[in-house]
Write a protein that binds this ligand. Structure first.
Ligand code: ZN
Length: 694
């Protein structure tokens, strides 16, 4: 099943036959046999136990495995959302399963009726801006101006009166198109998703394929082992392997597969935006005899494209399993995926997927809140926790049969920022930690926040005083919102000279998503949001929409600050501003995010060139002189600096560390320092390396 081909170790095995491995993967026959395991853990018996243990008043009509939970359908939501929960919590402990209460189909009202009843039940000062009834989950999603004003008794009354269990979100200051689009897809696919959740439930709770040792000795192994005739009979059920497909000795295309005797779980699935050749740009799924159909799940740590940009391609080529991520990651990821298509079209570059592939992700996505352990396969339970990197970013904890625990850090910030709290680091047990090392050189130390802000404002002030414009290229998700908060605060408190702040690109849409999921933001922002303050709106901000307005901004002789996407000058309005801004000596470009090798941002920042060639709208190449000043301010990064990485590792106290997501020398420095200073076995894997963790 898995070809344990020996790693050649160099990670550079270039294959110039671009895109070849994608079509190879597609041509592999999809083996669905394992998808219908005969031995689903005796569902009937479990359901019988449930019905015997719960009171009749709950009026549960159906109980069945659905996705990672056991779903109970009730005709008495009041009882089921209150008294039944006591019974369920002890059942949950005994059965080691999680429950989700849904309303029985027969009691659910139509959306229109639900809308009018909901507005009657909600407190007078709570206004509904959007409402969406999801047949697959039995939930009515309510976007309201004051979610904190809706108490649980109100939720119960809504369920009783409408047959829908309310799920609250905050109304954003401007309607989010991504969230609206997601609702449309979900609505049109409710039947399909119900079936998907049902099938997934059977798969997650299937009987283990490999017998436990004591059972093996009883001599009843043969039949069950044969369930999967490809499964190696000699496989030791304690073994855990990790396959490195990307994001090692580099920043970009993060991707691992964790393989146990029971499961194959993909951790992240990114692209490398600095590479054009697919062999270097995408995870190396071509490398071993790997079938998409054998994956039990894909977990996405956060929305940045170097962690999820290859996901639509996997759906295009046959993946149809679950994708787990946090609630805000889904719309943020959707926004960035749709934008990648747009950027490819604008630049005349090949994009390996289409909108329909992105829509498939929405249908297969299971969003999880922070801190909720969730079974995703017979032997793996995952828990997502705040990683402090961007909104919804998560560290992924995998508990494998209670015997081995992996913590995959994704990208993380082990310090508080304006926008987010510090990454969670209290884990009772972690055997293997996979840590990022973006800032893994010993000299990668970020100054105090105040020092960073002072240098940021001083630099901007200098340019504004000289009558120049400051261009801040920002990634739409995360850094943009952080910088907005900082600029507003510094201007309000008088340290930054007052000037218009123009904002263009997907920043407004991303900020709307941030407002919808404000409960995922840091404590300070959450507090001000609950007091009715919108941190992403300010008297200084002007949103720029379209070419005409952009030209006005550029032609205006007055000093100004411009924030535009993308953050690495790889497409988007920041490139259009860049073309004009660089030609004037009194202007300045300030980079506030990591610049991946190969991007225009990195080339400009490295200062290796005093001119750049750029394609004009008419297809002609224009050489533009680089006259303005450029600067990088590191302290805004959503990544941990060197000391923060070491602090995080020493707090986690793993037995072993794998260092990824860093340029080779930085990762190696991180690994050797962890070993020398903390005495923890530590290494930097190669691409196409298989590590045995246990
Ligand atoms: Zn990231």
């Amino acid at each position: 099943m898995i070809n344990m081909k020996k790693n050649n170790g160099n990670g550079n095995d270039k294959n110039n036959n671009d895109k070849s491995f994608i079509s190879e993967t597609k041509s592999q026959p999809l083996d669905k046999s394992y998808r219908n395991p005969k031995y689903v853990k005796d569902e009937e018996e479990i359901i019988k136990t449930i019905f015997e243990s719960i009171p009749k008043e709950s009026q549960i009509t159906t109980a069945r495995f659905e996705g990672p939970n056991i779903a109970l359908y009730t005709k008495n939501p009041r009882f089921s959302l209150t008294e039944l929960t006591y019974y369920l919590s002890s059942l949950s402990k005994n059965l080691k399963k999680r429950f989700v209460v849904k309303s029985d189909q027969s009691i659910r009202l139509k959306e229109d009726e639900t809308r009018s009843i909901v507005s009657r039940i909600l407190p007078k000062d709570v206004v509904v801006s959007a409402l969406f009834c999801d047949d697959a989950t039995g939930e009515v999603v309510l976007e309201v101006n004051k979610p904190e004003a809706v108490i649980s008794e109100t939720i119960i009354s809504i369920a009783e009166a409408t047959g829908w269990i309310a799920h609250l979100r905050r109304s954003p200051h401007i309607p989010s198109l991504s969230i609206k689009n997601i609702h449309t897809i979900l609505k049109s696919s409710s039947k399909e998703r119900s079936n998907f959740l049902r099938e997934l439930g059977k798969r997650v709770f299937r009987e283990p394929l490999i017998m436990k040792e004591d059972e093996t000795q009883k001599g009843n192994i043969s039949e069950r082992t044969l369930l999967n005739n490809k499964q190696n009979k000699t496989w030791n059920n304690k073994e855990v392997y990790i396959f490195c497909l990307g994001g090692v000795k580099q920043v970009g295309r993060s991707c691992f597969i964790v393989v146990t005797s029971e499961s194959k779980i993909m951790l992240d699935c990114g692209i490398n935006p600095g590479e054009n050749n697919s062999i270097d740009a995408y995870p190396r799924i071509d490398w071993f005899d790997f079938k998409l159909d054998e994956l039990d799940a894909i977990i996405i740590s956060h929305a940045h494209i170097d962690h999820q940009g290859f996901l639509p391609t996997l759906f295009k080529y046959g993946y149809d399993g679950p994708v787990y991520c946090t609630e805000p990651t889904l719309p943020l990821m959707n926004l960035l995926q749709l934008d990648s298509i747009k950027i490819s079209q604008n630049n005349g570059v090949y994009c390996p997927y289409e909108i329909r592939d992105i829509n498939e992700i929405i249908k297969h996505c299971i969003t999880l809140p922070y801190g909720k352990p969730t079974d995703i396969s017979p032997d793996i339970t995952i828990t997502l926790n705040n990683a402090g990197h961007i909104m919804g970013s998560a560290t992924v904890h995998l508990n494998i049969s209670g015997a081995h625990n992996i913590l995959y850090s994704g990208d993380y910030k082990y310090a508080k920022t304006q926008l987010l709290d510090s990454a969670v680091s209290n884990y009772p047990r972690v055997e293997t930690l996979i840590t990022e090392s973006t800032y893994g050189a010993s000299s990668d130390l970020m100054p105090d926040q105040r020092v960073v802000y002072n240098s940021f404002t001083e630099n901007i002030n200098k340019t504004l005083t000289n009558g120049g414009k400051v261009l801040i290229p920002v990634p739409a998700v995360g850094r943009a919102q952080e910088i907005m908060l900082v600029l507003d605060k510094e201007m309000k408190e008088g340290r930054l000279i007052e000037a218009p702040i123009y904002i263009e690109g997907m920043i407004s849409e991303a900020s709307a998503i941030h407002m919808s999921y404000a409960h995922y933001l840091g404590q300070d922002v959450r507090r001000s949001v609950s007091q009715g303050i919108n941190p992403f709106q300010s008297e200084y901000f002007t949103v720029v929409n379209g070419w005409g307005k952009r030209d006005e901004v550029l032609k205006d002789p007055n000093p100004a600050i411009i924030m535009a996407t993308s953050g690495m000058l790889e497409g988007g309005p920041s490139v259009e501003y860049f073309k004009e801004i660089v030609t004037q000596e009194n202007n300045k470009i300030i980079f506030v995010s990591y610049q991946i090798n190969g991007t225009l941002g990195r080339r400009v920042l490295d200062g290796n060139t005093n001119e750049v060639s750029m394609m004009e709208k008419n297809g002609k190449v224009k050489v533009i002189p680089l006259k303005c000043k450029t600067q990088k301010i590191d302290g805004f990064s959503g990544h941990s600096d060197f000391n923060q990485i070491l602090n995080f590792v020493s707090r986690i106290k793993p037995k072993r560390v794998l260092v990824n997501h860093g340029e080779r020398t930085k990762s190696e420095n991180t690994a050797s320092t962890i070993y020398n200073k903390l005495g923890i076995r530590s290494s930097v894997p190669d691409i196409r390396e298989i590590l045995k963790l246990r």
